[in-house]
Structure formats: structure tokens, C-alpha cells
Ligand binder design. Structure first.
Ligand SMILES: [Zn+2]
Length: 221
């Protein structure tokens, strides 16, 4: 489970995303188009944009079943890692941290996809960005620029986001002690795991575990 490759979404999904990108022909997608897609719960945008809700501090997938907030209360991010860096925590209903990575661009896509696969398999849990860039045959600054351009997040932020996702998955699905979960999720210590959860969820891992098994119906976005 830990070593599982990143799911990039189906080929069709990427194809659709590319078409969307093409239609708005810029690196920045138009706010009105994104909000409209969010309002319609358009699955073609799943993994392409992430919707952060200022009033709740939560971010969602465009397909989230919860009530659509007012346009003035939302902002859009291009990756789960970027939304988390912006201070938003993942919605408990639509689980945006598990949305497929959907790098919808041409040309430099391969490098970023390969980087994401390596990060998912732990490249930045054991090594640093320089080593990762070297394995990809590019400079580390170039790699960081590609990540900023396409995901609005650095390789390290993506790695942290994935570690948290793995830990959350283990907290939800197992009774393993926190120390073991930290290790299996790729954190260097339980302390790091606890700090990451405190920053993202505002509570310790044990509380996140209890809450997840309590009542998902009470969760809002
Ligand atoms: Zn949601």
C-alpha cells in the first residue's frame, strides 16, 4: 500500500483536462469557469483544481457533495499540496488529498510525472531534492520551477502532503501505534508526524483517528 504508485487519473481524464486547459489557453484558469465547474460538480475538473473555502478553512474537490459556498468565499488551487500550504485542511467528505494528480500540460509533463512517481515511492522521505533532480536528469532549481509552475507547490510540499495522506490512511484503516504509522508513512519521527497534523488539522493524529471513525455525516466543507 505504501509503495503504490501515484494515480494520475485515467487517460481520458488527462485528455479532458488538456482540452479544458487549451480552451482557456493560459496557465491561469478563469475564476468564473472554475466556479461554474465547482457549482456543477463537474468531474472533468477533479484533480485539475482544488477549491478552498475561506469561511471553513477546508479545501475540496470540485465534485464534493456538500453545499456550494458563495463565490466570494472560495479560492482555487492547482494541487492539494498548494491548498495545504495556503493553510487549508482536506474536507472529510470528498477527501481531496486523495484526488488523482492530474498534471494537465504539455511538454514538461513527463518530468513532473516522473518526479511525482518517485516522490510517491519515497524519494524525498529518504533523499533530498538535489538527488531527485539528478535522477531525473535536470537541475534542482529547474525541477522546483516546474513544480511551482504546474502544481503551485514545491517538491518538498508535495512529499509532505503525500506523507500526511499515507498517515491519514493508516490512521483510518489500522490500529497501529503512532510511532509505527509515522515510520510507514515516511516521517522521520512521530514528532514530525504530530507537528504536521497539528499544522494541517489543528489536532494530534489520535484525534483525527477518532473523528474519522465517529460520524462522517457531521462533516461539512
Ligand atoms: Zn469536500
Amino acid at each position: 500500500m505504501i509503495g503504490a504508485p501515484v494515480v494520475f487519473g485515467h487517460h481520458l481524464h488527462i485528455q479532458l483536462a488538456l482540452e479544458r486547459r487549451g480552451r482557456y489557453s493560459g496557465s491561469m484558469l478563469d475564476f468564473a469557469a472554475q466556479y461554474e465547474a465547482f457549482r456543477r460538480r463537474d468531474s472533468a475538473w477533479d484533480g485539475v483544481v482544488f477549491v478552498a473555502v475561506k469561511t471553513t478553512g477546508v479545501y475540496c474537490r470540485p465534485v464534493c457533495p456538500a453545499r456550494t459556498p458563495l463565490a466570494r468565499n472560495v479560492s482555487f488551487y492547482r494541487s492539494a499540496a498548494a491548498a495545504e500550504r495556503g493553510g487549508f485542511r482536506p474536507c472529510l467528505r470528498c477527501r481531496p488529498e486523495t484526488a488523482p494528480f492530474c498534471p494537465a500540460w504539455k511538454g514538461t509533463r513527463t518530468t513532473v510525472e516522473r518526479a511525482l512517481t518517485l516522490i510517491e515511492s519515497g524519494a524525498l522521505d529518504r533523499g533530498d531534492v538535489d538527488e531527485l533532480a539528478q535522477r531525473l536528469g535536470v537541475g534542482s532549481r529547474h525541477l522546483s520551477r516546474l513544480f511551482a509552475e504546474h502544481l503551485d507547490a514545491s517538491p518538498l510540499q508535495v512529499a509532505l502532503s503525500l506523507r500526511i495522506r499515507r498517515a491519514k490512511h493508516l490512521l483510518d484503516g489500522t490500529d497501529l501505534p503512532i510511532g509505527l504509522i509515522a515510520e510507514r508513512a515516511g516521517f522521520s519521527s512521530a514528532r514530525r508526524l504530530t507537528a504536521a497534523f497539528a499544522r494541517l488539522y489543528g489536532k494530534p493524529p489520535s484525534a483525527v483517528r477518532k473523528r474519522a471513525s465517529a460520524s462522517p455525516k457531521t462533516a461539512t466543507r
